[in-house]
Design a protein around this ligand. Structure first.
Ligand SMILES: Nc1nc2c(ncn2[C@@H]2O[C@H](COP(=O)(O)OP(=O)(O)O[C@H]3O[C@H](CO)[C@@H](O)[C@H](O)[C@@H]3O)[C@@H](O)[C@H]2O)c(=O)[nH]1
Length: 455
């Protein structure tokens, strides 16, 4: 009997120690103040991508900080973030450690490297969201990427008593379907995962279009929590040119345009700009084929600058080289570049036309680059074959749609002839008008109260 009592006590003591130990390992919890004062609001803004190339998440961070909230901005630190974030005392950037090189290279088979990479991401996310940051009132997470971000954000929101808001930019499974095909098992798993977590996880949701908000209310997502649409709007850094002197100074300074500045300023050469993350959902063959077509009977030379970083850049650079060497691009110069944010914004304001090849894997997202272009007063020629297109581009008012290389070539021919000048001027006015609706007003109206950063 005595032995039994001793054993029982030992088991109870071990259990208690285990429970206390576990409790001590759990992350600290947020204590809700109701209502919270704006100064006490802390938000973890999370993107499992390069912070510097996640404009919408950077703008969220800036808006929260502008109203006095504190922000932990979490993501990979690859490109320089928005300049206003770097010296903002209310924003702390928490760089995620990238997976070890062996997992990123193609040396290991995907079936081994893929799961190991996800395990690495799970660990780094739990560490940063749960332990490296103070408990927050909100986690605001970008979707996609969805795996493992949504699951970890949900786990941490429960453990730390934090509200969870998903900012739906698009769907991870539709992007995957673009490369693997919609019948692939990974695509099916990814769709189920995103739908279930979307339904279970958030206190509230944000979408980039009304069309996406409508879709999320229906199966397979069937989200019942509030869904707010926050259209992308240009940040203050994107502004139309103040005067022709500024255009001259910039074009003569930028290495990519210096040699062509005089002709561009005289209107004899047209400057077009496209920006991209060089992902498979943007088919740059459309632009290259259109330029080859245009070059056959060009009304004027074109300098095309494609800005951005991403996986397919080298592939298209080599296609551009081949086409140029084969003599298929007479009077056309195609350059690629990665510019600091200020120069990217000014280049847009100096161009004659923006080109957008965003194809929308889901049909219901929108390209941020067109928002940048409108902010800089630049009209666009944009791929238009998807449902939400008209939520941003108004055909004949601020841009022209196209679905094939032939149609894009026809737009370029029409606008760059002498007779196209009036239409281009009219479109520029439309772009400036659309771009005058700014991020700050849209954000303050839609989200400031929800986060509690205004009373
Ligand atoms: N600093 C700098 N930034 C650049 C440059 N070139 C491109 N960028 C950044 O890269 C963005 C373009 O990125 P993409 O990945 O091509 O896509 P997107 O047009 O921004 O659309 C994405 O965001 C939307 C919502 O925010 C999503 O709805 C959409 O699905 C997509 O993910 C530009 O808006 C700009 O912020 C450059 O030279 N310099």
């Amino acid at each position: 009997m005595a032995l039994f009592t001793v054993l029982l006590s030992a088991v109870a003591a071990a259990l208690l120690t285990g429970i206390i130990g576990l409790a001590m390992l759990l992350p600290t919890r947020y204590v809700k103040h109701s209502p919270a004062s704006p100064g006490s609001v802390r938000v973890q803004v999370l993107v499992l991508g390069d912070i510097g190339r996640s404009p919408r998440m950077q703008y969220h961070a800036l808006s929260i900080a502008k109203h006095g909230g504190a922000v932990d901005l979490i993501g990979y630190y690859e490109s320089p973030p928005h300049p206003d974030l770097l010296n903002n005392s209310r924003v702390k950037i928490h760089p995620l450690s990238p997976p070890p090189a062996a997992l990123r290279s193609k040396s290991l088979p995907f079936l081994l490297a893929g799961p190991l990479k996800v395990l690495w991401q799970i660990w780094t996310l739990i560490w940063v969201l749960g332990y490296d940051t103070q408990p927050a009132r909100w986690i605001l997470v970008q979707n996609p990427p969805s795996i493992p971000t949504l699951a970890i954000a949900l786990l941490i929101s429960v453990l730390r008593n934090t509200h969870l808001m998903i900012d739906w930019h698009n769907y991870g499974w539709t992007i995957l379907a673009g490369t693997r095909g919609s019948g692939h098992p990974f695509v099916k798993i990814s769709k189920a995962y995103e739908s279930i977590l979307g339904r279970l996880a958030p206190t509230a949701n944000i979408t980039v279009t009304h069309a996406m908000a409508r879709q999320l209310k229906e199966a397979p997502y069937s989200i019942k929590t509030p869904i707010l649409t926050l259209h992308d709007r240009p940040a203050a850094i994107f502004q139309p040119l103040k005067g022709p002197g500024d255009r001259k100074a910039f074009l003569e300074r930028l290495p990519e345009t210096r040699d062509f500045a005089n002709n561009i300023l005289a209107g004899e050469t047209k400057l077009i700009v496209s920006s991209t993350s060089w992902t498979p959902d943007e088919d740059f063959s459309l632009l290259l084929d259109a330029l080859v077509d245009y070059a056959k009977d060009a009304p004027c030379p074109i300098v095309a600058i494609i800005t951005g970083k991403g996986p397919q850049k080298a592939h298209y650079q080599s296609r551009i080289r081949d086409l140029t060497e084969a003599g298929k691009l007479p009077n056309i110069r195609i350059l690629t570049a990665w510019l600091i944010m200020e120069d990217y914004a000014t280049l847009l304001s100096c161009a004659d036309l923006g080109v957008c090849l965003h194809m929308s894997s889901s049909g219901v997202d929108l390209p941020m680059k067109v928002v940048d272009m409108f902010g800089s007063g630049l009209p666009v020629a944009a791929y238009s074959g998807y449902q939400s297109f008209s939520e941003l581009v108004k055909e004949g008012h601020n841009g022209c749609g196209f679905e094939t290389a032939g149609e894009l070539a026809a737009v370029l021919m029409r606008l760059f002839q002498d007779s196209g000048e009036d239409e281009l001027r009219f479109l520029r006015q439309g772009a400036q008008k659309e771009g005058s609706l700014r991020w700050d007003e849209e954000w303050d109206r839609t989200l400031a109260r929800v986060f509690g950063v205004i009373e």
